[in-house]
Design a protein around this ligand. Sequence first.
Ligand code: SF4
Length: 422
Amino acid sequence: MTKTVRKPKRRAKAVSKKPSKVKLSQDGQLGHRSGKGDLPYPRGDFDKLPAAFQNAPPRADGTAEGINGSQLNEHMRCPWRWELKNRRLIDRRSIAPPMDLGSAVHAGVAGAIHTFALIENPAKATKVERAGVLQALVVGVREWRNQWMAEHCADGRLADETETQLSEIQVKAVQIAERALEEIDLPRYEVVWYKGEPLVERKITIPFLPSIPFYGTPDVVWKDRQSPKNSIMPWDFKVREKMQAVEHEEVDLQLPAYQYMLGKLDIPTIGAGKFQIRAELPRIPERNKNGAMSRQRIATTWDMYKAELIRYGLKPADYEEEMKQKLDVEFFRLDQLYRNQFEIQSFWDNIITPLGKQLVEAKEFIRHMHFINCTGCWARELCLSELRGEDTGFLLETNYIDLRDPKAKLVLRPEDVTIEVE
Ligand code: SF4
């Protein structure tokens, strides 16, 4: 696989042979064993909303919990669609609830990393500890299934076909997540702890605009033992059908926002990482009628191809030169974007803060109508119908959901599939 790693413009000269350990001080704060002492008390807040936002109904400005990076990204793509979801509280309706393989893989990876973070000495993890990490992965995917069931079928019963589909996704998700963890090489990393908790999928909230906080949930915050000192980075995992180029990641506001928020907790970072996981397993190559292995380009790895050659008594050397370069599908990609504190502050002051203000104060929301934004847009039908001045009542009833409706998550309701014939 290819790792696209952007080098920092200015790197620390010394590579610490013994990376400083991150540990908790007596009051549960983050500290270092490097002798520099504990870091000062954070200025931000962590994993809880200011009292004013707890159990609060959606606000008129659409920021029930505050503002986060996804909202800003969405607002950049199409302010009208942001308004639709966040102020008018209208979302897409799916007739068949999607069984999202990405969420299942994500749940498995998160479960495993959370357990990994509890291991005292990850570099020398015992067999039992390693088995525990894998077990947590399986449990994570199972929890995803339970949650999916709770959200999508009110009586807990599933049609046979749906049951089979769900089980297939579960098995595939476990396999993909296992491969992803192997690729990451977990023992290389040390999860950062904060206030007695490992920073794995922990929501961080910091003050932002007057009475409106900013929040975000990095998938993990950790340090790379093989990199220079203070090499802490937040990472996000994305399960995708197609890999996104680093140019896309470079302009994603989520990653610099994580770095800024961690800075407010006095956790120094040197950049942020995006680990993309292809939502597919390597395919098994087929054999030709004459017994030779097919030389077609397929989505698999040389290791998988080679294992099949050996299984059928074929010589890998006869295929290696041609197939090694042909089997170039990426299953994983790590983009690490290095940003120093000046750049982060600049992102915050020049993009995130003005954008946040615009989003809260705006009275009108224009449509960013362009084929790149509008192709595949979930709001397209409604957007165009309103433009034509049509009566959208029926469309709203059938194709969209009202997020104020407590039953909105039960997407498959009996009335959705009933056709009345007069
Ligand atoms: S169709 Fe285009 S303009 Fe309309 S909501 Fe979607 S992205 Fe915005």
